[in-house]
Design a protein around this ligand. Structure first.
Ligand SMILES: Cc1cc2nc3c(=O)[nH]c(=O)nc-3n(C[C@H](O)[C@H](O)[C@H](O)COP(=O)(O)OP(=O)(O)OC[C@H]3O[C@@H](n4cnc5c(N)ncnc54)[C@H](O)[C@@H]3O)c2cc1C
Length: 398
């Protein structure tokens, strides 16, 4: 007989969605088991997002996992745009009263894993979910996650399954054919990202629109820069020796008085860009959250924040269910999350098409981009529209 664990909510994936959800459920007295396919060391060192909306920062503090973030996170009250060799600043704080915080995603994971383990909540590493059962909510059998762990087949039997297993996970694929509609856009460019042992050259992010292509200056700590350039999504990283990357960064981020700090490249890779939405985000007793339901291009820095928004809604719905057996909020989970995610998708698409050099003969588009950037930095209304989207629109649960 294979080992069976029993819990209220079975969570697949210990990324931001799964770990935030487990913490929020714990604070509401709801039990969960997390199965994660990778090792702890792997998920705690995977370099990904770095921009947290204020809502995400505030939530970490409320959840009691925000102490290190408060000490080490870098609060940014504005962001720079570089085009036509000049830099312009948009001041979030002045326009919206809010700001963003730069704190690497893997640091968020470290904090959440530590709190999960300290609370005694089950978090199984090297536990790969293979198959889901009993999801339709009508069958006599309860939902179950079948997984492989320490060479054995095991299962988690639960009331609900949270599919927090990212874009390539198994949860979305477990929904019967024809029940989900997918919306996809593949972009004709990718991001070559490096992590460099060089102090950030600016104290805030700088987004650049340049005739050679997009570039982004970002950071992870006061000693480590995170830098990106637009490349062909099918390009091979072997074509990009460090010198060539730095040359392109110097060129694309050039404006009067700016000097790019350089240092050893610690990591580099090319990521293709896509938009993806799966509708609805619920089927029976299965709830999809985070990248398993939607992918946004990274330009708007929304992916992690959207995962957090989803699980805030889900945890409240589950808390309502366990307190009163009411399913009002759970029934609206998909609609609430999709409305919020489509807004982030719209913003991320808009910023992406504004900043990236379109392939081919696109002189018209390039001039149009610059005209729009000029309008955005000069008009208070346009600056405000950018700023309120970038710091994060409120999550409406009505
Ligand atoms: C280069 C890059 C830069 C980015 N920059 C930003 C940014 O600045 N700001 C921002 O907000 N977002 C950014 N993002 C997006 C952000 O990283 C993701 O949106 C976020 O990680 C989504 O969290 P998640 O928990 O939904 O999924 P994931 O982080 O993908 O976590 C899913 C987890 O499920 C596990 N898993 C998968 N399948 C199984 C299985 N069968 N069984 C068990 N476990 C499984 C995986 O190992 C993983 O740990 C960026 C992404 C990339 C790639």
């Amino acid at each position: 007989m294979s080992e069976t664990l029993r819990t209220q909510v079975g969570i697949i994936g210990a990324g931001p969605a799964g770990l935030f959800l487990a913490r929020l459920l714990h604070l509401n007295g709801i039990e969960s088991v997390i199965v994660e396919t990778h090792t702890r060391q792997y998920i705690e060192s995977r370099v990904r997002a770095g921009v947290l909306e204020q809502g995400t920062v505030d939530l970490m503090a409320e959840m009691g996992v925000g102490d290190r973030l408060k000490r080490e996170g870098m609060a940014h009250e504005g962001v720079g745009f570089c085009f036509n060799r000049r830099r312009h600043r948009i001041n979030f704080k002045e326009l919206t009263g809010r700001s963003i915080t730069v704190y690497a995603q893997h640091e968020v994971i470290i904090d959440l894993v530590a709190s999960r383990l300290a609370s005694g909540g089950p978090l199984l590493f090297e536990a790969e979910a293979m198959k889901l059962e009993g999801l339709d909510g009508t069958a006599k059998s309860k939902p179950a996650i079948h997984f492989r762990h320490q060479g054995e087949e095991k299962q988690v039997v639960c009331d609900f399954v949270a599919g927090c297993d990212g874009f390539h996970g198994i949860a979305r694929a477990a929904v019967p054919a024809g029940m989900l509609k997918a919306y996809t856009r593949i972009y004709p460019f990718g991001w070559l990202g490096i992590l460099a042992a060089a102090p950030p050259s600016n104290n805030e992010l700088i987004y650049a629109n340049h005739e050679s292509g997009f570039a982004l200056l970002s950071m992870r700590t006061p000693e480590i820069s995170r830098l990106y350039i637009q490349v062909d999504p099918d390009d091979d990283i072997a074509n990009w020796p460090d010198d060539r990357i730095w040359e392109q960064l110097r060129r694309r981020l050039a404006f009067d008085g700016f000097k790019l700090n350089e240092g050893p490249v610690l990591q580099k890779g090319i990521t293709p860009m896509r938009s993806f939405m799966a509708e609805p985000m619920q089927w029976g007793r299965l709830f999809l959250a985070g990248d398993s339901a939607h992918i946004v291009p990274p330009t708007g820095a929304k992916g992690l924040n959207l995962a957090v928004a989803d699980v805030q809604v889900l945890s409240r719905g589950l808390a309502e269910y366990y307190a009163s057996r009411k399913t009002d909020l759970l029934d609206r989970y998909s609609d609430i999350c999709l409305r919020h995610a489509w807004n982030a998708q719209r913003f991320s698409w808009w910023l992406t098409q504004l900043l990236h050099r379109p392939p081919g003969d696109a002189d018209f588009d390039c001039r149009r981009q610059v005209a729009e950037l000029e309008y955005m930095v000069q008009s208070r209304a346009a600056s405000m529209a950018f700023a309120e989207n970038y710091v994060g629109l409120p999550l409406r649960m009505d």
